[in-house]
Design a binder for this molecule. Structure first.
Ligand SMILES: Cc1ncc(COP(=O)(O)O)c(C=O)c1O
Length: 476
């Protein structure tokens, strides 16, 4: 007999779910293997549009990033005459900050000071601030995911015996529901308004707050901007309204801004929570985050991220940093990647032109796919898709025939899971059902990324369109 079984382990861990890596993904991997082994399928390839993993979708790494990472990892490469001087300078300054000039040495728990300073300069420039940003408020992490986890751990204590409540958008990125479940916190859903391009409405925030107030002690509101899975970009006015809401209720803000480079809609722009709060002189605590995984870099596997604390009491900051010290440090290669993200080559640097050309290419591809995806879905009967104004996803709404819903429920499946499963089995396209992100009751959606390369993406749109027509014909 084993000591451990599913009922005597931590039930919070047992219960947590992470839809973007759920059973559909497992099946997609199996299908790809079956195809490789020569199995006959109604499709020739599996297209994985389930996760925002750019390089897995053939996006090329940026040369500047990889030169820095290669030279930092194997410094003999610094003698190579093909390596540009600005890369050599950066690598030398980063290695000088590493113990024994090696990326194999642990760094300080919050990350290398030089990289934290690069992040501080980036924020100053991004938000056009007159004053310097305090680099000591920045901590480097294993992707943005770790910022979320440590922040939630930090605030997870209530004063009234009820669980700590965290307001999260619905639909949300499942990192939030999973982390809250793991830590035994109370998820307070506020619904984004699909009819108005997934906008964030303050009356809805008040409703959600008011209805949950008795069940928990609400301490945090999470905002994802640009939105995953919605693709919405919040206006400055809207952000200020959220800040005012948080001020009214004395709760802190966790701003997930990992898609800040991914803005597609004409006239839209990214406003950071930090700058909006500075503008109205808001004094509440904010944790905002950035990642190496998104934007034009897509370096998901290198696991770089940072969090910035704003308006944090110094004694609380010290406790958070103590928590970080318990994991020693995050990957130094991830930290170096963040240095590249926040301090790219500038005009006149030897690497500048290539860097500009490469990043422009990535962004313009994504922008055209953001338009194509919404246009295609909107041309299909029974599908409705809001503009993909930012980020890397579309989250269209499906009008499913009653017969399909009944058959799904009879099989104990969510109707959008049922749809996504059939789509995968008949076309090889792997998407994530809306139920994995949360959605208004009795509505059905799915999320697709816009990451496959343009030709594959067009093929995927065609497969989805013809599948949908057949699905409607079968169940109507
Ligand atoms: C909204 C959002 N936040 C956080 C993350 C996690 O990013 P990271 O790879 O930096 O941990 C993701 C990843 O897809 C995301 O979409």
């Amino acid at each position: 007999m084993t000591i451990l079984n599913p009922t005597n382990i931590n039930q919070n861990v047992r219960n947590l779910e992470y839809a973007v890596r759920g059973p559909l993904v497992t099946r997609a991997l199996e299908l790809a293997k079956e195809l490789n082994n020569g199995a006959e399928k109604p499709f020739k390839s599996v297209i994985r549009a389930n996760i925002g993993d750019c390089h897995a979708m053939q996006q090329k790494p940026l040369t500047f990033f990889r030169q820095i990472i290669s030279c930092a990892t194997y410094p003999s490469m610094l003698d190579n005459p093909d390596i540009p001087e600005d890369v050599k300078e950066r690598v030398n300054s980063l290695l000088d900050a590493c113990g024994g000039r090696s990326v194999g040495a642990y760094s300080e728990s919050c990350g290398l000071e030089i990289v934290r300073r690069h992040c501080a300069d980036y924020i100053k420039q991004r938000d056009k601030l007159d004053q310097d940003v305090d680099w000591q408020n920045i901590f480097l992490t294993t992707g943005a995911s770790e910022v979320v986890k440590v922040t939630m751990s930090l605030v997870n204590q209530s004063s009234n015996g009820k669980p700590v409540g965290v307001m999260i958008p619905i639909p949300q990125y499942p990192l939030y529901s999973a982390t809250l479940c793991e830590l035994g916190m109370h998820q307070v859903n506020y619904y984004l308004n699909e009819q108005e391009n997934w906008s964030l409405n303050v009356e809805e925030l008040e409703r959600a707050y008011g209805e949950a107030e008795d069940q928990c002690e609400i301490k945090v509101i999470v905002v994802i901007n640009p939105g995953n899975p919605t693709g919405a970009v919040l206006s400055k006015r809207n952000i200020i309204e959220v800040v005012e809401f948080a001020q009214r209720h004395n709760i802190m803000i966790l701003a997930d801004e990992v898609y800040q480079h991914n803005i597609w809609a004409e006239g839209a722009s990214f406003t950071s929570f930090r700058s909006a709060m500075a503008e109205i002189n808001a004094k509440l605590e904010l944790v905002s985050m950035m990642s190496a995984s998104k934007g034009y870099m897509g370096e998901c596997g290198l696991r770089g991220g940072y969090g910035e604390l704003y308006n944090f009491p110094l004694d609380v900051r010290a406790i958070l940093y103590k928590l970080l010290s318990a994991r020693l440090c995050c990957s130094v290669l991830g930290q170096i990647t963040m240095s590249c993200v926040v301090k790219p080559p500038k005009i006149g640097d030897p690497s500048y032109e290539k860097y500009e050309a490469e990043t422009k290419q990535v962004l313009s591809n994504l922008k055209s796919k953001a338009k194509l995806v919404a246009d295609t879905f909107n041309s299909i009967e029974g599908m409705q898709c809001n503009e993909v104004a930012g980020a890397m996803y579309a989250f269209p709404r499906l009008s499913l025939p009653k017969k399909a819903i009944d058959e799904a429920l009879a099989k104990n499946q969510q109707p959008d899971f049922f749809y996504a499963w059939q789509l995968l089995e008949s076309t090889g396209v792997c998407i994530v059902p809306g139920s994995g992100f949360g959605q208004a009751p009795n509505t059905y959606h799915f999320r697709t990324t816009i990451l496959p390369p343009p030709d594959v993406f067009q093929d995927m749109m065609n497969r989805m369109k013809s599948f949908h027509q057949q699905f409607l014909a079968r169940y109507s």
